[in-house]
Write a protein that binds this ligand. Structure first.
Ligand code: FAD
Length: 316
């Protein structure tokens, strides 16, 4: 059976993003071997890819891949697909992943499905649309399934393998060199985990009432070893930066524990956190919709509840 190609999503801090492990896990359910495609240095990620079931790694390197945004990567991937004829290609539903997948689909005159949360062996994909209110099943009707996978759609499961590494040489074309990276600034990694990857997320909403009060949210997140998130109302009010927004127009998270502090639970917020394993809400309004979703709810003033919770955690 033909192999499934998984395009590795690199983390800006080196290593790979969790969504790669999710895609490797999904790829294994489709049947056939699982091969990873790595752009750039493979040494730091080879072990992890093997741990999650990659039996082969296609490794493309070269200055063009580094200097010229996504176009060269799409050229390399399209050439690889033509050479190995995989049964499916999985790419992360990130900004870069979606652009690579779209360019490849155009180059190969192939169908594409984006933001997929599940994929059957026959290529039927599941997409969750309209802020999580509608589930759509779709299938590529021309070519193989080129699919972008939404992060946090499934739990990664290890399946140790020892991958072989094959260098991929593809000549990049002049038209791939139309936009160049002029500077790269990697933000210093703080003590907190990355929001989309964290197993605990503590989010604050409009109820937190000010940027200064977000220190309470941060403090609780730090005590729990979690990441900080925010509702759009909190972001729009200038309480917390947009990169931490959870929801339809923000990040999608699916942690083990999600704490919603002063968040009403609008459908657009739910869209980004409703698959969290355990949801705890603190809200002074007993009728707030977030309580329909919460596993545990505290009806109360967050400015009393959060310091008390922090105090209790500190004692342990
Ligand atoms: P509110 O709805 O105002 O709720 C604040 C809550 O805090 C209330 O329930 C209140 O009872 C409670 N509260 C107040 N004071 C306290 C206190 N002292 N202690 C305890 N509780 C208190 N929203 C997102 O979050 N993410 C998105 O990605 C997103 N995308 C959107 C996209 C579109 C196209 C649209 C139209 C909207 C989007 N929204 C998004 C906005 C969304 O509709 C809501 O407006 C937003 O989620 C509300 O944020 P909130 O719950 O913090 O504020």
């Amino acid at each position: 059976m033909a192999e499934v190609l998984v395009v590795v999503e690199a983390s800006s801090q080196g290593g790979i993003k969790k969504v790669t492990l999710e895609m490797l896990t999904l790829a294994r359910t489709l049947g056939g071997d699982v091969s990873a495609v790595v752009f750039g240095d493979v040494s730091a990620v080879e072990g992890k890819l093997g741990e999650y079931g990659a039996t082969k790694i296609y490794n493309a390197t070269g200055a063009d891949l580094d200097e010229y945004l996504v176009a060269p990567k799409a050229t390399v991937l399209a050439a690889l697909i033509q050479r190995v004829s995989p049964s499916a290609v999985l790419v992360a539903s990130s900004q870069e992943g979606k652009e690579i997948a779209a360019r490849v689909a155009v180059k190969l005159d192939n169908g594409i499905l984006t933001d997929v949360v599940a994929l059957d062996a026959d290529g039927t994909a599941t997409q969750v649309v309209f802020a999580g209110s509608t589930i759509v099943k779709s299938k590529v009707t021309k070519g193989l399934p080129i699919v972008t996978v939404r992060p946090n759609s499934l739990t990664p499961a290890p399946a140790p393998a020892t991958p072989s590494v094959e260098a991929v040489e593809v000549a990049v074309e002049d038209k791939d060199r139309l936009a160049k990276v002029v500077e790269r600034k990697v933000e210093a990694k703080g003590a907190r985990p990355e929001l989309a990857e964290a197993s605990i997320v503590v989010s604050g909403g409009r109820g937190v009432a000010s940027a200064d009060n977000f220190k309470l949210v941060e403090e609780l997140a730090d005590l729990l070893g979690g990441a900080v998130g925010a509702s759009r109302a909190a972001v729009d009010s200038g309480f917390y930066p947009h990169q931490f927004q959870v929801g339809q127009t923000g990040k999608t998270v699916s942690p083990q524990l999600y704490l919603a502090l002063g968040i009403s639970g609008a459908i657009q917020h739910r869209a980004g956190m409703q698959t969290s394993k355990t949801i705890v809400a603190v809200n002074k309004d007993a009728e707030a919709p977030i309580f329909e979703l919460a596993d545990f709810g505290v009806v109360g003033d967050l400015f009393k509840v959060v310091p008390q919770a922090a105090e209790e955690i500190r004692k342990r």
